[in-house]
Design a protein around this ligand. Structure first.
Ligand SMILES: *[C@@H]1O[C@H](CO)[C@@H](O)[C@H](O)[C@H]1NC(C)=O
Ligand SMILES: *[C@@H]1O[C@H](CO)[C@@H](O)[C@H](O)[C@H]1NC(C)=O
Ligand SMILES: *[C@@H]1O[C@H](CO)[C@@H](O)[C@H](O)[C@H]1NC(C)=O
Length: 453
């Protein structure tokens, strides 16, 4: 199957029964990308917080500071002069714990039509609902729950693009459901290709778009079977996928992500020549590992963003959200059967997940420094730790009808809706609020600078 069939298939309204063949195939690909090398590595007795606080991600430039629990939001905004005073109150919203939230969920599969079939876990018989009833509590502060009216006010007249794979689509649908209490968008897509959807919130003149690009760079499916019968992709690591990069001009916010597709067999091309691969079983090509391809793909993606003259938006890296196969690999009976989150002291990021995360952070830092020269802003939407703690939030076998062929595999990669991915909306809203405070501060600083001068 070609990743993008070039608009050959018709528009599939969300929530209606999808074209089974297409989606089964798509879902098969998504599940197959959890390759043989995705080891069973949770429950490692490492203190993740050390990794988190010593990683380069703790810079305040891209982290979000929120006021502490006192209900006042002056700690950042009110510190125009005394910046040092504000720092003392800064809190890393991405480091924390899931705590019970009996008021959740805020929508259901009956009130929101945007839930993709494969993440509509209740429809397909998931018996427990406890996984919906948690909220993210950062250490040292509160993360306010999503407020759809406030979000839409903040993005009035603006546009947001998601770039990535089906987990990005998962995020988009979560956001549509979270906002649905206030307004549903209308379909404003330019193409009937479901991989490139555009939604318009008419009352708020807010555009939400998705550009599906699982590898971020140009790809070609070289073999639909391949060495592990999961397909073989050529990745042109120094050529960005212009199906997204050529279309981001004018977007105010771009959220970029990638991950799970790099687990499959890949042949890496640079300068039009094959330079190596990941699991390709071609004797003449060195195995450069998926990490090589992952790093280069992000480097090319960020370089493309930084070189686009017409792009003035804020770029968010949404960090890798680990899957949770336990007791076997995805195709060997692995499953995710937990019904409650981990506590932060019960598991730790490790192995491939850690490696992918650190590569993203490094490439992000590099891009941020480059972008700063051009006045482009980069922010980290650092979902990795929160999602690591949610083995209970995946569809498992409740992502499809029992008679569908995909019943053979359990989905421990995507997230049920409603579910833990809804917290990404809480993160995003908090980041937009911080952005607003920052720009007010900058304005105040520049106007007081003028007065002083
Ligand atoms: C929602 O889930 C229920 C089970 O909780 C199911 O009976 C119903 O068909 C689902 N509705 C939709 C529209 O998905
Ligand atoms: C809607 O927002 C776009 C920017 O996204 C802007 O160019 C346009 O003028 C806005 N339209 C109205 C009616 O405000
Ligand atoms: C994790 O922390 C909780 C609360 O602080 C404690 O009750 C529990 O025993 C700890 N678990 C482990 C595995 O250390």
């Amino acid at each position: 199957m070609k990743l993008r069939a070039g608009g050959g298939h018709e528009l599939l309204p969300f929530g209606k029964p999808p074209k089974v063949v297409l989606l089964v195939t798509f879902s098969f690909i998504l599940l197959t990308l959890i390759s043989v090398c995705h080891p069973f590595k949770y429950w490692q007795p490492i203190n993740y917080h050390k990794a988190s606080s010593s990683s380069p991600s703790s810079s305040t430039v891209s982290r979000v500071a929120v006021s502490d629990g006192g209900g006042s939001d002056v700690s950042v905004a009110g510190s125009v002069v005394g910046a040092a005073g504000a720092e003392a109150k800064e809190c890393d919203i991405f480091s924390g714990e899931w705590v019970p939230n009996h008021r959740a969920p805020y929508y259901t599969n009956e009130t929101c039509w945007a839930i993709h079939e494969h993440q509509n876990c209740m429809k397909y018989g998931r018996p427990d609902t406890g996984f919906m009833k948690w909220r993210w509590k950062p250490f040292g502060c509160e993360l306010p729950l999503f407020n759809p009216a406030q979000f839409l006010e903040l993005v009035r007249g603006k546009s947001l693009a998601l770039v990535g794979d089906s987990v990005a689509r998962n995020q988009m649908q979560s956001l549509i459901c979270l906002l649905s209490k206030v307004e549903y968008p209308v379909d404003a897509s330019y193409t009937s290709d479901e991989h490139f959807k555009r939604w318009k919130y008419q009352t708020y003149n807010f555009t939400l778009a998705i550009f599906t690009s699982p590898h971020l760079v140009k790809t070609k499916e070289a073999d639909s079977d391949g060495p592990t019968h999961t397909g073989l992709f050529n990745l042109y690591l120094d050529e960005v996928d212009d199906q997204w990069s050529a279309h981001i001009d004018g977007f105010d916010y771009v959220i970029i992500s990638a991950g799970h597709w790099f687990f499959r067999p890949l042949v890496f091309y640079e300068n039009h020549r094959p330079v190596g691969c990941h699991f390709c079983n071609v004797p003449t090509l060195p195995d450069l590992t998926k990490f090589y391809g992952f790093r280069k793909a992000f480097r090319s993606a960020f370089a493309a963003i930084n070189h686009r003259k017409g792009y003035k938006g804020i770029t968010y890296l949404r960090t890798f959200a680990p899957g949770h196969f336990e007791g076997g690999l995805w195709n060997q009976g692995g499953n995710c059967l937990k019904t409650t989150p981990y506590r932060s002291n019960e598991t730790a990021l490790g192995g491939d997940d850690m490696e992918l995360y650190l590569i993203q952070i490094e490439e992000f830092r590099r891009a941020e420094a480059e972008g700063r020269k051009r006045g482009l802003k980069y922010r980290l939407l650092d979902t990795t730790q929160a999602m690591l703690l949610r083995p209970d939030g995946h569809p498992s076998r409740y992502g499809h009808r029992a008679e569908e062929k995909v019943v053979l595999y359990n989905d421990c990669v995507h997230w049920c809706l409603p579910g833990p991915i809804d917290a990404w909306g809480d993160f995003l809203l908090e980041m937009l609020k911080t952005e607003g405070r920052r720009s007010r501060e900058e304005k105040k600083l520049s106007s007081s600078g003028r007065r002083l001068g």
